[in-house]
Design a protein around this ligand. Structure first.
Ligand SMILES: C[S@@+](CC[C@H](N)C(=O)[O-])C[C@H]1O[C@@H](n2cnc3c(N)ncnc32)[C@H](O)[C@@H]1O
Length: 286
């Protein structure tokens, strides 16, 4: 089981992408999630030793209300809709919407007068999410192809921006927060679940593309993550939950690593290396 803790942790050094090229990271990430979209099998819900997926993240009542095709490829590390304060009529943007699980949850909460936009850079995920929406009658959800660093939406359109286990994958997190800030209306809310680094990243993981695409190697410290939010202009930043991962949970990542990397990664102590955070923040009212 993951350990829940509220204690502050020492700030690890930055998970520097220095040894990896930005475009290589983006390509590795797209490849991984294209495969997930096509095979339709995530680590959810049977593989409990991995850290992503939906088994413990959502109330069972919510899971059973969702299309199976979305649940099957769920790859989040939290449930941002739980802290988003969604209300009927709101406009929501989901950054890195994947198979659409959080979009579909949000769609129910904002109702027919609300609107949900899911943004994802992986074409295969987008097609899968659009198909699920069409087959299940979600008329208030739209999926758009795009990078979350350059959200394909006008400024000041969203009441809430959510994201689930995606910003850690971006090689340019400051730009993600800047653009999330741009699309939010004044007084709007950012509600994210994401992986945050708790201690120094072992050298073996720093430039590991498989580690990036599995939400480990791109993670940065709480200080850096929240610093980037504040730099973009967000205020009232709150860590709402912190769930620390055990070695056993992260060992799923090592098992899924390419064969050539397995031996190298096997000896690493991954205990309490990263945690899943729920963080909220506000765009100031004008
Ligand atoms: C770990 S999955 C999470 C998907 C979804 N949020 C969920 O909870 O199931 C990451 C998703 O983000 C997308 N993604 C990663 N980096 C992205 C970027 N820079 N811009 C847009 N989408 C991105 C991937 O294509 C993938 O679908």
């Amino acid at each position: 089981m993951a350990k829940k803790t509220k204690s502050a942790r020492r700030s690890p050094s930055r998970a520097s992408p220095a040894k990896v090229k930005e475009e290589d990271v983006r390509r590795a990430v797209r490849q991984r999630y294209a495969t997930l979209a096509s095979t339709g099998s995530s680590c959810c819900p049977t593989d409990r030793s991995t850290m992503c997926g939906c088994s413990d993240l959502y109330p069972q009542a919510e899971i059973v209300s969702l299309p199976e095709a979305a649940v099957a490829v769920s790859a989040g590390c939290g449930n941002p809709t739980a802290i988003a304060g969604l209300k009927p009529g709101m406009t929501v943007v989901d950054l890195g919407s994947g198979g659409g699980i959080d979009c579909f949850l949000a769609a129910k909460k904002v109702g027919p007068k609300g609107r949900v936009y899911g943004i994802d850079a992986t074409h295969e995920m987008l097609l899968r999410a659009r198909k699920t929406a069409a087959e299940n009658g979600y008329v208030n959800v739209e999926f758009r192809l795009g990078e979350i660093e350059h959200i394909p939406l006008e400024s000041d359109v969203a009441d809430v921006v959510i994201s689930n286990c995606v910003i850690n994958l971006s090689p340019d997190k400051e730009q993600v927060f800047r653009d999330a800030f741009r699309v939010l209306r004044p007084g709007g809310k950012l509600a994210v679940s994401d992986i945050v680094l708790l201690k120094d990243l072992p050298d073996e993981l720093r430039s590991d593309l498989s580690g990036w695409s599995q939400c480990v190697s791109g993670a940065v410290s709480e200080q850096e993550y929240i610093g980037a939010m504040k730099k973009a202009g967000f205020e009232k930043v709150r860590v709402e939950e912190r769930v620390v991962y055990t070695h056993e949970q992260l060992s799923g990542y090592v098992r899924q690593a390419p064969v050539a990397d397995k031996e190298r990664l096997k000896g690493l102590d991954l205990d309490q290396l990263v945690a899943s955070y729920k963080i909220s923040a506000m765009k100031p009212k004008k």
